[in-house]
Design a protein around this ligand. Structure first.
Ligand SMILES: C[S@@+](CC[C@H](N)C(=O)[O-])C[C@H]1O[C@@H](n2cnc3c(N)ncnc32)[C@H](O)[C@@H]1O
Ligand code: SF4
Ligand code: SF4
Ligand code: SF4
Length: 415
């Protein structure tokens, strides 16, 4: 049998565990504090930070390493924590190129943070769900007040300091109905790199207050869909509405992760985002105390695969349980996906969302299937055209001037 080999991997890092200054209704991570019931201090210790930095850099197979800071809310760890992180990155750098990306709700950003980000070349991801009324529906602080104004201030500060940022927008049951308002708003605030993440969560009906309430796809517990989850067809229609606008006016000016992934898949290159790749398992999560989980969306006791303090990181990632986790993305697809005409774009999306049954009674169909099928079928002729341009060394943006687009306004969601 061939030994598995290690290609690049990412550890999404929780420097302050799940602790957060906000209380977003749909957040999947807040409740992870329950995994560490007796813990009072969730700050990653200096010792753990050092061991993690050393192993993460030394055990990466390639010449580049990206630290991805997330949470909870990473600003709560304080600037000094990240100063320490940078000095450790220098100490253990071994000549590798090191990047830092930092995902934040933005609320605590100050001029000092922004100067720090600028001086140290951090790439910032800001969470924003749309205009005020839409954003504040779910992104609220501990007192229940909306955070929109603070997030806009943060974006203005980032811009003032010349810090690069992208935006992450959770598509939920409310903003899904207002695609163009959301998209035009994101453009208006200066976001050029846009991620739309569908929210799909189920909550257990009978769990105790110490159990995790959000369930895994394979759960046998009785569970119901959360009200903020986006209905599959509405997600498909949302993507189509934004795509129609983008493909007419914005290709090459705004970069929307789902659309870029479709083009990459059509062109036969890696999608750049795990959910649209055939297999996954190379994007893991590390908690404040060094515990390592298969993926940020699988931070559950049964998916804890090791701890940074014990043994080699490479061995942890190459162990059979994690290899199976990554391979299951393909191996456990229902037959309908393997035969699906848009499989090469969709790839059954994220295993976290595969809790439906197919019409033939097979488990493991993605909850968002109908939406993705509708969207990818709609986008296919444009994406094929753009990939053709790429193959001929011409810019995919030519799609905006091609006759395929003249009738774009007439194409309907069902095509
Ligand atoms: C868990 S947060 C941590 C970083 C930071 N606190 C923030 O909000 O950006 C990371 C990202 O996940 C998104 N998110 C939260 N709950 C989600 C859910 N149930 N499904 C999909 N994305 C979610 C957030 O909006 C945010 O963009
Ligand atoms: S700010 Fe981020 S971590 Fe905090 S509750 Fe909202 S989504 Fe969750
Ligand atoms: S389970 Fe989903 S989010 Fe996690 S690595 Fe796989 S595709 Fe990505
Ligand atoms: S569109 Fe549906 S059937 Fe096709 S690959 Fe995606 S989840 Fe599977």
């Amino acid at each position: 049998m061939n030994q598995p080999s290690l290609s690049g991997f990412n550890l999404l890092t929780k420097p302050g565990g799940a602790v957060c200054n906000l209380d977003c209704s749909y957040c999947y991570y807040l409740e992870k504090e329950k995994l560490y019931g007796n813990t009072r201090n969730f700050q990653m210790s200096d010792e753990t930070l050092e061991v993690f930095t050393r192993k993460y850099i030394h055990e990466q197979p390639g010449p580049e390493v990206t630290f991805v800071w997330q949470g909870g809310e990473p600003t709560l760890a304080g600037i000094d924590f990240f100063r320490k992180a940078l000095s450790l990155q220098k100490k253990y750098g071994s000549g590798k190129v090191i990047h830092n990306s930092f995902q934040t709700n933005g609320v605590l950003l100050t001029g000092e943070w922004c100067s720090f980000f600028k001086d140290n070349n951090f790439l910032i991801g800001i969470s924003i769900d749309g205009p005020e009324e839409i954003h504040d529906a779910y992104r609220i602080n501990k007192g229940g007040t909306g955070t929109f104004a603070k997030v806009l201030q943060a974006i203005a500060l980032l811009q003032k300091h010349g810090v690069e940022f992208n935006t992450l927008t959770v598509v939920n049951n409310l903003n899904a109905k207002r695609p163009l308002e959301v998209y035009n708003f994101l453009k208006q605030i200066g976001s050029r790199y846009i991620q739309f993440i569908p929210v799909v969560e189920r909550i257990s009906v009978n769990c105790s207050s110490t159990d995790l309430a959000l369930v895994l796809p394979e759960t046998k517990q009785e569970a119901v869909l959360t009200p903020w989850s986006v209905p599959a067809l509405e997600f498909g229609k949302f993507l189509i509405a934004v795509f129609n606008e983008w493909v007419k006016n914005d290709v090459g000016k705004y970069f929307i992760q789902t659309f870029d992934a479709a083009l990459a898949n059509e062109a036969g290159i890696p999608a750049g985002v795990c959910v649209f790749n055939e297999r996954c398992g190379n994007a893991l999560a590390i908690e404040h105390n060094g515990d390592i989980y298969s993926c940020d969306h699988f931070v559950y006791p049964e998916y804890k695969i090791g701890n940074i303090h014990s043994g080699s990181l490479k061995k942890t990632i190459l162990q059979p349980q994690q290899q199976k986790f990554g391979n299951d993305k393909y191996d456990r697809l229902p037959e309908v996906c393997k035969r699906c005409d848009v499989y090469h774009y969709c790839r059954g999306e994220c295993p976290k969302n595969r809790f439906m049954r197919t019409s033939t009674g097979e488990d493991g169909l993605n909850y968002l299937c109908e939406g993705y099928k509708m969207f990818f079928r709609h986008a296919r002729p444009y994406v094929e055209f753009m990939a053709g341009e790429l193959r001929n060394n011409r810019p995919p943006a030519n799609v905006m001037y091609h006759r395929i687009n003249q009738s774009a306004g007439n194409r309907t969601a069902s095509q």
